[in-house]
Design a protein around this ligand. Structure first.
Ligand SMILES: Cc1cc2nc3c(=O)[nH]c(=O)nc-3n(C[C@H](O)[C@H](O)[C@H](O)COP(=O)(O)O)c2cc1C
Length: 168
């Protein structure tokens, strides 16, 4: 048996999403893989976000976000929103998007969308866990298979963030 933490964690299954945030007239969006359903009734999702992200204060101030589900072949969108900060550039410029019913950005080309209201938060190491109620959603393109996080390689440069070995 072999496997560093990075190698083992790369075998967990995650999708790839663009999480849109808004507070008043300010909007931004970032790529996220750490998003999953956590309840049927009510419909809840959990999102893990770094408090260092430009999106974080917008998300926590408004208590809402939109989820654009990326499909296979949409790696450029994952790169656009996941490798630069909204502090450096307007990532939504040049990308087709609209505000959802809650006001958060949704990408027009996404395979599907969710709209979420935050119901709870919890520190989670170097990230923060956001639990949110899903208040809306739609499939745009039923034939577009979802993107897998494993297919993004080291786009998020996370290889360097794993410890070399598991704690004993
Ligand atoms: C494939 C991929 C997955 C990512 N997943 C997450 C995630 O789940 N949570 C997170 O906080 N950041 C994640 N990131 C990093 C952010 O997208 C990235 O740091 C982004 O530049 C933050 O943007 P902002 O500062 O404009 O908010 C991911 C990046 C990539 C490329």
């Amino acid at each position: 048996m072999t496997g560093s933490p990075a190698e083992v964690f790369s075998r967990l299954s995650n999708g790839v999403y663009v999480v849109g945030v808004a507070h008043g007239s300010r909007v931004n969006a970032f790529t996220a893989a750490w998003l999953t359903q956590v309840s049927f009734d009510p419909l809840l999702v959990a999102l893990s976000i770094s408090p260092d992200h430009a999106s974080y204060p917008l998300l926590t101030a408004s208590g809402l976000f939109g989820v654009s589900v990326l499909g296979q072949g949409q790696m450029e969108l994952a790169r656009q929103f996941g490798t630069r900060s909204g502090r450096e550039l307007d990532k939504l410029a040049g990308v087709a998007w609209r505000r959802g019913s809650l006001g958060a950005p949704l990408l027009l080309e996404a395979a599907a969308w969710l709209e979420c209201r935050v119901v709870g938060t919890m520190p989670a190491g170097d990230h923060e866990l956001i639990v949110a109620r899903v208040v809306g959603g739609a499939v745009r393109e039923a034939s577009l298979a979802p993107m897998a996080y494993a297919d993004t390689g080291n786009l998020d440069q996370s290889d360097a963030l794993y410890p070399p070995a598991f704690p004993t």
